[in-house]
Design a protein around this ligand. Sequence first.
Ligand code: HPA
Length: 272
Amino acid sequence: MSLYDRIQATASFIQQKTATNPTVGIILGSGLGGLVDMIERETSIPYSDIPNFPVSTVEGHSGQLIFGKIGNCPVMLMAGRFHYYEGYSMEEVTFPVRVMKALGVETVIISNAAGGTNPGFTIGDLMIIKDHINICPEHPLRGPNDERLGTRFPDMSKAYDHDLIALAKDIAGEQGISVRTGVYIGLQGPTFETPAEYRMLHIMGGDAVGMSTVAEVIVARHAGMRVFALSVITDLGVTDVPVIITHEEVLEAANAAAPKMAGLVAALVKRL
Ligand code: HPA
């Protein structure tokens, strides 16, 4: 079956399970589940029940699609995402984003836990992503292009919607939350970076680094959806002194910042 046909089949399956017609799709990063409690839930579907969906393998990613409302806005939320380092192809990693589009989603909101490479950052900071650098080894649009899904050579000059960034900054100001803005570098993982790599990433123009998001953003833009993305800075690679980083610390820092992130995203969704 072609990618297009698989997307359609999966979307049809989901439409039989939910009465929600989502206009916003949300992807939650590691440890950032707080937003789940802010949804007035209609239905949830475990990934394992969804045809053509990969199954998430990482601790901290529970693996279900949740449908419901935030305020008056119909949303679908991915609790758990797929990472390239798990062994999935970039087409698999981004398949749910394609399905979002097929279900009518117009705006995608993406969150992640990321390492800070900007020396001005602190653990627990929220960073609105204003741009990215893609150094993942596989591109999600590599291969024959199906024009029904998007154009061959998509523009990336405004991958992160400027109006949504401005709105999110306003909301953060109203909520008294300080937010950073910066460039996210996406790479494959699963190793955290060496001190020399963190330094290189900062010199390259990165403020934060992580193992997700970029491919999802590319596919969302290919599909013509608006994107807003946000990192929680869970660790710092900003000195020449090696700092040991563990997945547990990343999850802990993400969990601690999750309520702040959830409040911001929920308020943003209500004002779309
Ligand atoms: N590097 C890459 N990915 C990450 C990091 C990091 O320091 N922290 C959380 N995800």
